[in-house]
Design a protein around this ligand. Structure first.
Ligand code: PHE
Length: 359
């Protein structure tokens, strides 16, 4: 009996139990599943095993490999949830029991954040576009370089309607329509600069930091000679305005079929200033906004020549931004219809606490 796969599995389980950060999971993945990893080494050893035992040994290795793959995926999911919760917990909290002085109603916190971000982009020459909540498979996936049966669809558990249409899972669903709308203007020398906020829907299990109904703010810029530097500049300016301080950002590779290269944009943790603290899991950075250079297939699908034009796109999680901005630790507040909680957020809340004291 070939014992090594079982031993390896045990070793992996021990190591996995000690892992507390997503970066360490990646390390473990390389150690076990990488080209030169322990599973690959076991495969090599198959050569030395007598023929009659090969089948059984091969199966045992594959089972171990499958086990390691599944356990890594589960651990990543679990740590991501924990990290999100930490991020929210680290924000300043609001007090639901505070009396309000406002008898005439108030804006929803998402509306307040949306308007603020819209104003920032308006000042940078962007137009604000509207898009429906019901769309179709083509706009939500196919036009975004996500063909049928593409594994990327699994990341967005979709609500389909009996008409064959669907509830949009991300604001990127509007990209094709907006690119088409401005295509001729682009060809006349005017860059496309558009943002499109919207409500999105995914079949998520609801908890303090996950909702099946949430808001995103998508943005796109297309012109000749656009580069990643333009993307970084726009994101940095916008986030510095939103958080009312100078923000340091960094890009990490991230995969989305409709951008190439794709990134996750992180902002430097404001609590420790990048040194590392519990709220940023000692990394010094917080993940905030996926983005990237628009994939040539997406431009082509909208009739725009990718040889001539290039652009960037980003998808800002507006619900998350509102949580960070107002210290809302439970996402369910937003759709609760609980006026007592929701009317706590007035436009005044945008003033920094020190400033309001001075005034
Ligand atoms: N639409 C992506 C999502 O919801 C986010 C994204 C937008 C990524 C634009 C890259 C560019 O997950």
């Amino acid at each position: 009996m070939f014992e090594k796969p079982a031993e390896l599995k045990k070793l992996f389980e021990e190591k996995l139990a000690g892992v507390t950060a997503t970066a360490d999971v990646e390390q473990l993945r390389i150690e076990f599943l990488g080209k030169k990893g322990s599973v690959a080494a076991l495969m090599q050893e198959l050569r030395n095993i007598p023929n009659e035992q090969k089948k059984e040994a091969g199966q045992a290795i594959n089972e171990t490999k499958q086990f390691v793959e599944n356990a890594i995926a589960e651990k990543l999911e679990e740590l991501k949830k924990l990290e999100e919760q930490k991020l929210i917990d680290a924000c300043e909290s609001y007090d639901e029991s505070m009396p309000t002085d406002n008898d005439i109603g108030s804006y929803h916190p998402i509306t307040l954040v949306r308007r603020e971000v819209e104003n920032i982009f308006l000042s940078m020459g962007f137009s604000i576009e509207d898009y429906s909540e019901i769309t179709d498979d083509y706009n939500c996936f196919e036009a975004l370089n996500i063909p049928k049966h593409h594994p990327a669809r699994d990341m967005q558990d979709t609500y389909y309607l009996s008409t064959g249409q669907l509830l949009k899972t991300h604001t990127s669903a509007a990209q094709n329509t907006i690119l088409r709308k401005y295509k001729s203007s682009l060809e006349n020398g005017n860059p496309i600069r558009a943002i499109f906020p919207g409500r999105c829907f995914r079949n998520e299990k609801i908890d303090a930091c996950h909702e099946n109904t949430f808001f995103q703010m998508e943005g796109m810029m297309v012109d000749k000679d656009i580069s990643i530097s333009n993307l970084i500049y726009f994101m940095k300016t916008m986030l510095s305005e939103v958080f009312q301080r100078d923000i340091t950002v960094r890009l990490r590779p991230g995969f989305f079929p409709f951008v190439e290269p794709g990134f996750e944009l992180d902002i430097q943790c404001s609590i420790c200033g990048g040194k590392g603290c519990p709220s940023c899991k000692d990394s010094g950075w917080l993940e905030l906004c996926p983005c990237g250079m628009i994939h040539p297939n997406v431009l082509t699908a909208a009739g725009i020549d990718p040889e001539k034009y290039i652009g960037f796109a980003f998808g800002l999680g507006m619900t998350r931004l509102a949580m960070m901005r107002y210290g809302v630790k439970d996402i369910r507040v937003f759709n609760s219809g609980n006026l007592k909680a929701l009317s706590q957020f007035t436009e005044k809340s945008f003033t920094k606490p020190e400033e309001s004291k001075e005034a």
